[in-house]
Design a protein around this ligand. Structure first.
Ligand SMILES: [Fe+2]
Length: 118
């Protein structure tokens, strides 16, 4: 995760302060796995460039590209992977901004690339 880049634009302590919302620009290089994690803040990813596989508990894995979005409900486990290409995204958080992400310890249902239960 040392290769994961994140710059907070909006939120507590950011250039534009807000107590209810945060906005980040994130960058993941090619070949990076962001492991299953969750947080109480709701989260929305808007892919700006590149592509990544987005995994969400209870949903089929999706490869998202520029203009696509992924919504993560409060405490819904999710993960991301980049393949041959990096990804850049704008990420928003709503509410519960002070609780950082934690790795999801419990097993997460893996629906596989086709959405079929394994
Ligand atoms: Fe997240």
């Amino acid at each position: 995760m040392e290769r994961f880049g994140c710059f907070c634009l909006i939120g507590p302590g950011a250039p534009w302060t807000s107590a209810r919302m945060a906005g980040f620009v994130v960058y993941m290089p090619a070949g990076l796995h962001y492991p299953w994690h969750h947080h109480p803040a709701e989260e929305m990813y808007l892919v700006l460039a590149g592509e990544a596989l987005f995994l969400r508990e209870g949903a089929r894995p999706e490869t998202l590209r520029a203009g696509d979005t992924s919504y993560h409900a409060s405490n819904q486990p999710h993960a991301m992977e980049t393949g041959a290409n990096p990804v850049m995204a704008y990420v928003t958080w709503r509410n519960h901004l002070k609780t950082p992400p934690v790795l999801t310890e419990r097993p997460v249902a893996d629906t596989g690339p086709t959405g079929a239960q394994k």
